[in-house]
Design a protein around this ligand. Structure first.
Ligand SMILES: Nc1nc2c(ncn2[C@@H]2O[C@H](COP(=O)(O)OP(=O)(O)OP(=O)(O)O)[C@@H](O)[C@H]2O)c(=O)[nH]1
Ligand SMILES: [Mg+2]
Length: 305
């Protein structure tokens, strides 16, 4: 998933768009990029692809000397493939240099209006880059727990009008707060140790485990937590204690005690909760968008991040 695009000309930021959190400390990325730019400049490392692998990120950079000294960087998560990304970065560089040539900038400063126009000039390249490798969220859980209802809330902003059993894997190409994502509604096919279930969840950036909040379901779902830990250890996890309106539902505190993990208490057949679940899912992917507040309590379980 594309997290950040930055274009620098020395200390001047020509373009900056942040789609998701890269570093927990928001001061790190801009500083790092500045240092990288200085370093490649002092080494004369021009016109060469540069991929920096750092913690859970891949920063794909490129420095040009002419017609203007510009430093370009795209920050992705570490599962991204640079060979897919660099051709698109080169297209973006072309669009930007063409735009700047037209602007005829004698000094380093771009006016706010010019920066805005620059952003608009490359918006289709940027949406191309966003679509290149969207984050994948897998929705898992035993049958009849509310998986499809939650997928529907996330992808269409509605709740299903009537129940229909999911018998096959359902894949949605959708958007969450403007970010393209893949959402997989993974049916419980009876045997989660089976390789099919494993293959469905492979490559997930995040997992939503849906419980119906009954004691029996919580106990059997423990196995799913353990399996995701093993198969996709870096994927963020959100455990939804669904059907909190039902009589057999255990209290969230009790569920947390059994699972030794925090859970998100939820009712998926209430349209009032659509925004709540969309925000939680966005937090799973650390999407930056208006209305998503990272200072408030959240329910995301970060594993190895
Ligand atoms: N009371 C109550 N019912 C819910 C809630 N969430 C979902 N349901 C209902 O539970 C049933 C199953 O919901 P689905 O979303 O289809 O569950 P699922 O896990 O996709 O089911 P399968 O595809 O059969 O495995 C539907 O009738 C939903 O309306 C909830 O929070 N409370
Ligand atoms: Mg279903």
């Amino acid at each position: 998933m594309l997290k950040d695009i930055t274009v620098l000309r020395g200390n001047e930021v020509y373009l900056h768009k942040e789609f998701a959190i890269s570093f927990k400390n928001s001061e790190v990325l801009p500083q790092l990029l500045k240092y990288f730019d200085e370093e490649v400049t002092s080494r004369g490392f021009y016109d060469e692809d540069l991929v920096i692998d750092i913690i859970t990120l891949k920063i794909i950079c490129f420095k040009i000397k002419t017609p203007l000294p510009l430093f370009f960087s795209l920050t992705y998560d570490d599962s991204s493939l640079p060979e897919q990304i660099t051709p698109k970065l080169h297209k973006l560089i072309k669009v930007i240099t063409k735009f700047l040539a037209k602007c005829n900038i004698p000094d380093k400063t771009l006016s706010e209006k010019q920066k805005e126009d620059l952003g608009a000039a490359c918006s289709s390249n940027i949406s191309d880059l966003l679509k290149l490798r969207p984050a994948k969220i897998s929705v898992i859980g035993y049958d009849f727990t509310g998986k499809s209802s939650i997928c529907e809330m996330l992808q269409s902003g509605n709740i299903p009008r009537k129940y229909k059993e999911t018998t096959h894997l359902k894949k949605y190409n959708t958007e969450l707060f403007g970010m393209p994502i893949l959402l997989w509604d993974i049916p419980d096919q009876g045997d989660i140790s089976d390789h099919v279930w494993r293959s469905f969840i492979l490559g997930s950036d995040a997992v939503i485990l849906v419980l119906d909040s009954t004691r029996e379901n919580i106990l059997e779902s423990k196995m799913m937590v353990e399996l995701t830990d093993e198969i996709i250890p870096h994927a963020e996890l959100l455990i939804i204690a669904n059907k909190q309106d039902s009589e057999e539902a255990l209290e969230p505190k009790e569920i947390e005690k059994i699972l030794q993990s925090k859970v998100f208490p939820f009712i998926a057949n209430d349209p009032e909760n659509i925004n709540l679940i969309q925000k939680q899912a966005a937090k799973l992917l650390e999407i930056k968008a208006e209305g998503i507040d990272y200072s408030k309590e959240d329910y995301v379980i970060q594993r190895n991040d």
